[in-house]
Design a protein around this ligand. Structure first.
Ligand SMILES: Cc1ncc(COP(=O)(O)O)c(C=O)c1O
Length: 303
């Protein structure tokens, strides 16, 4: 690994970037994280991701030793330090170094880590569509570790992904404890019915930033969106389906459990959402370029 990683308050060469073996993020999965993308020299939805990071931290009573504005600045600086205009950013906050024994009071200070990489590939041939299977592992119930918390506890999703790998599929679809569709292992899930774009309410899945973006884009495209619980029957009989997330973007789903969705090709609604998403991520976001010194005239300014 090359590049510079922010850890322990400073940027270090990736090979030397390390945390304590007594960090409770490692020992107990006690921490939270975000995955963010940069496109064309801008960080897309940076403030929204950092807001969700702080919400996740609040939910687990973890005090991040920075303000949201400081975390945003460090993320942008990580892009600059690594020369990244297009890439993937991982922000992790661990409970910090303590001792054995899970009581968080053993950890006096949380640890912020920011990793900036040029790419992150999740699915082979994502743009052509993927095949998914329903996992036997259920998504965490909202009264256990809430799926709204983007925590370092991903074992239930990891097990679902292993199951998908074993079955030769690209991804797993996870149900909630009542058998309703929840989400994929690192993505939210949508279907297209005869009258609307539909996704489950977020009680059983992550409040995905891409999910929010897709819903807003659908509204501007005149596509009706419904948030309501649905079952595998609705998936089998859907006209189209896709998953979405920051790393994956919007990925058409062509089959679920070997059942072909629609006619097995990328549908028109999914196609429009893919195109609109592609455009919005490349046209909005916090600039990575340093702000020009006060008083300096930048190209395009009129004097
Ligand atoms: C479980 C889960 N669901 C959904 C998503 C998609 O969320 P976002 O669009 O904010 O990246 C992720 C992203 O990592 C995830 O881990």
């Amino acid at each position: 690994m090359d590049g510079l990683v922010y850890v322990g308050g400073t940027f270090r060469p990736a090979a030397d970037a390390a945390i304590s073996v007594f960090d409770h993020g490692l020992l107990y999965g006690d921490g939270v994280f975000e995955g963010i993308r940069a496109y064309n020299g801008r960080v897309f939805k940076l403030e929204r991701h950092v807001e969700r990071l702080f919400d996740s931290a609040k939910a687990i009573r973890l005090e991040i030793p920075h303000t949201p504005a400081e975390v945003c600045d460090i993320v942008v600086e990580a892009c600059r330090q690594n020369g990244i205009a297009d890439g993937y950013l991982r922000v992790v906050v661990t409970r910090g170094a303590g001792d054995l024994g899970l009581d968080p009071r053993k950890c006096p200070r949380a640890c912020l880590i920011v990793i900036a990489r040029p790419t992150l590939s999740i699915y082979r041939a994502a743009s052509a569509g993927i095949r998914i299977v329903t996992s036997t592992f259920r998504r965490n119930a909202p009264d256990t570790t809430s799926p709204s918390i983007k925590s370092l506890n991903y074992l239930n999703n990891v097990l679902a992904r292993i199951e998908a790998n074993d079955r030769g599929a690209d991804e797993a679809l996870m149900l909630d404890g009542h058998g309703y569709v929840a989400e994929a292992t690192v993505d939210n899930f949508f279907i297209v019915t005869d009258h609307a774009l539909m996704t489950p309410p977020t009680a059983t899945n992550l409040k995905g930033v891409t999910r929010e973006t897709v819903m807003a884009l659908a509204a501007t495209l005149g596509i009706t969106v419904e948030e309501k619980p649905f079952t595998l029957f609705d998936v089998w009989t859907a006209r189209e389906a896709f998953i979405c997330g920051t790393a994956a973007e919007v990925v058409p789903v062509l089959s679920v459990d070997e059942r072909v969705i629609g006619n097995g090709a990328i549908g028109p609604v999914t196609g429009r959402i893919v195109t609109a998403y592609h455009e919005i991520v490349r046209s909005q976001g916090r600039s990575i370029l340093p702000a020009p010194p006060v008083g300096e005239v930048v190209a395009g300014d009129r004097v």
